[in-house]
Design a protein around this ligand. Structure first.
Ligand code: DLL
Length: 432
């Protein structure tokens, strides 16, 4: 499809989506009316900028099913986000929505290099989280064989991927680090598995982690992006040939980049800002201009020239730590840490407020092949490089190998103790 043909299709689908949302979801009727817009006001794709945004808060307020645009007898499945604070957000799918979702993931598998006969080891968590079932149905749709492992039970995962000859693994990048670590720690050669391709997502991961995993396991690691509010994994996927950001399935989702501080401003391609998506085919739960909080930029297509790519998401607007006036993102620290040869990609960021000022401690493991002195030296190196490149003074606490908890799904990197009493701080924080 040429870009012109794609845009014509987008316009037609967008018109349908706006009308469907306005006519069947009271939340959208209200929002459009309050905003003084009507679906008929959309004449060109650019007119979408006139329509109001949708936020996670909007979805929470309409918990559980008020955002559904079809009667319940047409809803075949629901998923929900983890909802660490307050109510989860619920997502519904019609039969056709489930089919489109599977297609989205199947396309990701295809540009990642999957071919008929491949066995897919699926270690995304099954359940309300969209990762497990999303990857599962996508792999089936792509005509592959799925092993529905879910997360956890690492020794068994390793055994079965070897026994079954799985060529592809799908899991979070932090869980693949856990698998790599487990193999190294148990005297196995991590390159001695049948896995050739790892399709990783659900959390930010740096180029440094990509290299660590590719070298450590002898695989090609590509990105898969998505979020439950839009459907789940498979909104975009990265080509194994280029490894330069994920192609957005623009016939299914319309991406925009907006200035996170001035939301009325849609930014041109190439500029960094907050990703905003509008669904183009969803029946059960159309979503209009959903603010993802993910920071990215739109780039020209590579593997599928008519469709734009999104730069790999390294941070979210709500991940940003403001440390004594300096803004920093966990991903920046990860990148700097992995340039220190004796430091491992297992780390926590701890925020405390011992006196009245915020402090940040990077708690990071030493790699087992280095001694304590080398670890300490690299810890000092990391502290200096953070000061130099980000401008913040932080503490770095290098801990023994294999002492931080390992991730089986999405890793929790930032631990915020600022509102806690000092007596509740982790032990190494109390002495300062
Ligand atoms: O994490 C869906 C998913 C499952 C994507 C499996 C890929 C693989 P949620 O739990 O709703 O859905 O979380 C969505 O996770 O807004 C991003 O902040 C983050 N995220 C997802 N994929 C990536 C990625 C799933 N490839 C939120 N890189 C999103 C960076 C990602 N962040």
């Amino acid at each position: 499809m040429s870009r012109e043909e794609l845009e014509a299709l987008q316009l037609e689908r967008l018109r349908w989506t706006l009308r469907h949302a306005y006519e069947h979801v009271p939340m959208y009727t209200r929002k459009f009316d309050e905003h003084g817009v009507h679906p008929d006001d959309l004449r060109r794709l650019e007119d979408l900028a006139k329509f109001p945004f949708t936020t996670k808060e909007d979805l929470r307020r309409n918990y559980p099913f008020e955002t559904f645009a079809v009667p319940m007898e047409q809803v075949r499945r629901v998923h929900a986000s983890s909802g660490t604070t307050g109510r989860p957000t619920v997502v519904g799918y019609t039969e056709r929505d489930l089919d489109v979702w599977a297609q989205g993931v199947a396309r990701v598998l295809r540009i990642a290099g999957a071919r008929p006969g491949d066995i897919v080891h699926n270690a995304y968590g099954y359940g309300l989280f969209t990762g497990g079932l999303g990857a599962h149905t996508g792999a089936e749709k792509a005509g592959l064989t799925v092993v529905p492992m879910s997360g956890g039970q690492t020794p068994r995962q390793v055994q079965l991927m070897k026994d079954f000859g799985s060529r592809i693994i799908m899991c979070t990048p932090s869980y693949l680090l856990t698998i790599l670590d487990y193999m190294r720690g148990n005297g196995m050669d991590p390159t001695d598995t049948p896995i050739e391709i790892a399709i990783l997502g659900a959390e930010p991961w740096s180029e440094e982690v990509r290299q660590e995993l590719e070298r450590g396991l002898g695989v090609k690691a590509v990105d898969i992006y998505g979020l439950s509010e839009l459907m789940g994994p498979g909104v975009a996927g990265e080509s194994a040939e280029h490894q330069q950001g994920s192609t957005v399935w623009e016939d299914l989702f319309l991406p925009e980049i907006v200035d996170p501080d001035r939301l009325d401003r849609v930014l041109p391609d190439g500029e960094e800002g907050e990703l905003v998506f509008t669904s183009l085919t969803r029946e059960a739960m159309p979503i209009i201009r959903y603010r993802t909080k993910d920071l990215s930029r739109l780039l020209p297509g590579d593997a599928r020239p008519a469709m734009r790519r999104m730069q790999k998401v390294r941070s979210r607007t709500d991940d940003m730590i403001i440390l004594r006036g300096v803004n920093l993102f966990p991903s920046q620290i990860e990148e700097l840490a992995l340039r220190q040869e004796a430091l491992a990609p297992q780390y926590h960021l701890e925020l405390t407020r011992p006196k009245r000022l915020d402090e940040l401690t990077v708690v990071i493991e030493r790699r087992p092949e280095f001694d304590a002195a080398a670890g300490e030296a690299c810890g000092r190196g990391l502290q200096e490089s953070i000061k130099l490149t980000i401008g913040s003074s932080v503490r770095v606490c290098v801990v023994e190998p294999d002492t931080l908890p390992r991730s089986e799904g999405k890793a929790k990197r930032v631990h915020d103790y600022r509102d806690r009493d000092v007596s509740e701080y982790p032990r190494h924080e109390r002495s300062h």
